[in-house]
Design a binder for this molecule. Structure first.
Ligand SMILES: C[S@@+](CC[C@H](N)C(=O)[O-])C[C@H]1O[C@@H](n2cnc3c(N)ncnc32)[C@H](O)[C@@H]1O
Ligand SMILES: [Zn+2]
Length: 275
């Protein structure tokens, strides 16, 4: 598939053409496709921002956690929503290691799916995993989702799962009537994990802002109880949450004493349409 037709040079915004294992623009800016298959399209001056993306350890923890299938209902739900709309080109903005990106590409083999993430490790992991199942309708690119190296009005759907919302940029890259699906934690999400860590457990705040240029069509809630087995899997889940950075070493140790964790998983899918 000719992914280069969707991309613009991040430096001069010119068109790209493929030159061997690189994308080259008309002005000669050249970006190599890594041997694993992802492409780093961060502007040279923005390379340091790559630190803003998830680290190798965080990506590894997340991909190991996904093997437990505890979040499979979330993947099924996002695939089902994507199937309701025109979906020739789907962007996964803040794709991480590609669990949902690949799920969608497998569900819709005639669609193209591009995952953007600041984390080189996430893109590399996603590309390797796509290659293992011979999926050639996925491409991962290291880029900021606030400045995606994409043509305007090229995408049918942007999915944005547990990542920052770059609504102005989503508006630019979407076709008119295209959809954004913003997925975020629901009120009771991971209450079981929080009750192991903290004495006082509060519900998560749910926010569904209006974004300029979009109408909010609906919010769909997915809520289920699950048991996470194995201390490694529990710790991997913890590593991928915001609590990991906010919890004291003393509180973190509480997780070492448990080998199974009962918790609610609650996620909201806010569906917006570009006006
Ligand atoms: C909590 S993770 C979610 C990843 C994936 N959507 C998932 O649900 O498994 C948030 C991701 O957003 C990425 N991220 C944060 N800020 C970003 C930015 N400005 N541009 C691109 N990616 C960003 C991080 O590197 C990380 O992989
Ligand atoms: Zn250029």
């Amino acid at each position: 598939m000719n992914f280069e037709s969707y991309f613009k040079c991040p430096i001069c915004k010119g068109d790209f053409s493929r030159a061997g294992n690189s994308l080259k623009c008309e002005k000669g800016h050249s970006f190599d496709i890594a041997s694993s298959g992802y492409i780093n399209l961060l502007k040279p001056g923005k390379m340091n921002n790559a630190k803003a993306g998830d680290s190798k350890e965080m990506i590894r923890a997340r991909s190991n956690f996904f093997l437990s299938n505890a979040y499979l209902p979330i993947r099924k739900k996002i695939c089902e929503i994507v199937g309701r709309f025109k979906n020739n080109l789907i962007i996964d903005a803040g794709c991480g290691e590609g669990y949902y990106t690949q799920g969608i590409a497998e569900c819709y083999p005639s669609s193209n799916v591009i995952g953007f993430d600041m984390s080189k490790f996430g893109c590399e992991h996603g590309a390797k995993s796509a290659r293992r199942v011979a999926k050639d309708n996925i491409l991962y690119s290291v880029s900021s989702i606030f400045e995606m190296p994409l043509s305007s009005s090229c995408a049918d759907i942007v999915i944005n799962m547990f990542a920052p919302v770059a609504s102005e940029e989503f508006l630019r890259v979407l076709k008119t009537q295209g959809h954004v699906i913003v997925v975020s934690s629901g009120a009771k999400h991971l209450n079981g994990l929080k009750s192991v860590l903290y004495d006082d457990v509060y519900d998560n705040e749910e926010k569904f802002p209006n974004y300029d240029g979009f109408e909010l069509l609906c919010i769909e809630n997915l809520k289920y109880d699950t048991i996470i087995c194995g201390s490694d899997t529990i710790y991997n889940l913890f590593t991928m949450t915001p609590y990991y950075h906010r919890t004291s070493t003393q509180d973190k140790e509480k997780l070492q004493n448990i080998s199974s964790l009962e918790t609610t998983v609650e996620v909201n899918f806010a569906i917006y349409r570009k006006l």
